[in-house]
Design a protein around this ligand. Structure first.
Ligand code: UD1
Length: 417
């Protein structure tokens, strides 16, 4: 277990370079096994979720060479194996091997996925999609066995625009016979990145990034290369930190179009932002206006930024209302912020912030990845030494966070306990 220790209230100045998107790379890696050949993924973030997926590729006899942010993946000798409980449990995205193995071998045996405990997170929509394509599903202990003789294209209507279900169905459909249409598909930009990679392998996918994706099945997929898009959540987190402590803090290597709703909300709070083509320059605001934030699917306010955003709301003057609409258990950061002195009332998915309140340093617990990011943000503005236990969660999604923050002036370290 790891612990982060922060000596707060230090100005942040300089440049933070944003890495590749976690939610893209965790699907791009499993996508590789659909092809027979050499795949190249560039701009790969150095996060522990990536390492866990490489372990799964190794289990499947896939050769992986990692060189400075690039993965070279040779899938020519891929074997179908059970994705065991230990590996599957390490992260949520292990479930992408269900769609990918099904698409490749017509059979997948995968233990239940792990990931952040932010709600019940069922995968019924993924499974219904596989069934609609002709697969039979058996649940055995904590494992799904998904198999068929032939996958046949069909029209699917998702009850909810789930990111995971959209991608998993895409994987199962790219080599299915005939045409598959996914209606009410998730529109997250990461899905466009994944469809682009599959199309470069020879897939025929149209409409990724819209609510209707059309996939015409192909027999074979071949070698291809792709670059991971910038991580809009990592970028948003550092931009929020900049709004609290920045002095011309440059958050660089981003696509501001992917963050429009977040940047608009920050402007509404009175934050001074300069938006360039691939960067945002941000300064600490003297006075923050209270605002209401409601998370929703893309292009709405991302649920993954709701927790870091909460820290900003503790510093706004007046009452801010916050509503989390995607996950039912995403308030793990709130008791921690209350411990630091924040005035927050919350019930289930709603929170009311009374600000501004000066945060005191405290000993905290990161309950999940993004709550961890929120606590780092809180620790950075608190006077004195803040300790964040269970910091391993944070490393699943923020590459080199300690170095990136230290380089711009934060006093932060991580220790093994
Ligand atoms: C992905 C992201 C996560 C982000 C989330 C929403 C990855 C690896 N993770 O998670 O960072 O917070 O999108 O933007 O990309 N649901 C069902 N049945 C299903 C699938 C989902 O009921 O079969 C529900 C979930 O419980 C949740 C909602 O739909 O309430 C959204 O889930 P989904 O979009 O699938 O999120 P993930 O893919 O898990």
């Amino acid at each position: 277990m790891k612990k982060i220790i922060i000596e707060g209230n230090k100005e942040l100045s300089g440049t933070i370079k944003i890495g590749g998107a976690k939610n893209s790379v965790v699907a791009l890696i499993p996508a590789c096994i659909l092809a027979d050949g050499e795949l190249k993924i560039k701009n790969v973030p150095n996060i522990s979720d990536k390492d866990a997926l490489i372990e799964i590729l190794n289990l499947l006899n896939v050769k992986v060479i990692e060189e400075e942010g690039t993965l070279l993946i040779n899938t020519q000798k891929t074997e179908n194996k059970v994705i065991n409980e230990k590996l599957s449990n390490k992260l949520r995205a292990s479930y992408y091997f269900m769609g990918a193995l099904l698409g490749k071998f017509k059979k997948a045996e995968v233990y239940f996925p792990g990931g952040c405990n932010i709600g019940s997170r069922p995968i019924d929509l993924h499974l219904k999609g596989f069934e609609a394509l002709g697969a039979k599903i058996t649940k055995e202990d904590c494992k799904y066995i998904i198999e068929t003789k032939e996958l046949k294209g069909t029209e699917i209507y998702l009850d909810f625009a789930s990111v995971g279900a959209t991608i998993n169905i895409l994987f199962a459909a790219v080599k299915a016979k005939g045409r598959t249409i996914i209606n009410n598909a998730a529109r997250e930009v990461e899905i466009e990145n994944i469809a682009k990679f599959l199309n470069r392998m020879g897939a025929k996918i149209k409409g990724a990034g819209t609510e209707r994706i059309v996939i015409d099945g192909v027999k074979e997929l071949h070698s291809a290369a792709v670059s991971v898009i910038p991580d809009r959540i990592e970028a948003g987190t550092y931009i929020i930190m900049g709004a609290l402590l920045g002095k011309n803090l440059i958050v660089d290597g981003i696509n501001p179009n992917h963050l429009k709703v977040v940047l608009n909300k920050l402007k509404e709070m009175g934050i001074n932002l300069k938006i360039n083509k691939n960067q945002v320059i941000i300064n600490k605001a003297n006075k923050l206006k209270a605002v209401n934030v409601r998370t929703s699917v893309y292009p709405g306010f991302p649920t993954d930024l709701g927790q870091p955003m909460s820290v900003l709301l503790t510093q706004a003057e007046g009452i801010s209302q916050f509503e989390e609409t995607i996950f039912e258990n995403r308030m793990g950061h709130v008791p921690n912020l209350q411990k630091m002195g924040a005035k927050i009332e919350y019930e289930r998915q709603h929170a009311t912030f009374h600000g501004p309140t000066k945060l005191k340093s405290a000993e905290l617990i990161a309950t999940d990845l993004r709550s961890g990011a929120a606590l780092v943000t809180a620790g950075l503005i608190a006077e004195g030494e803040t300790i964040i236990n269970d910091a391993d969660h944070i490393l699943r999604g923020y590459e080199r966070i300690i170095t990136k923050l230290s380089d711009v002036g934060a006093k932060i370290k991580i220790i093994e306990v």
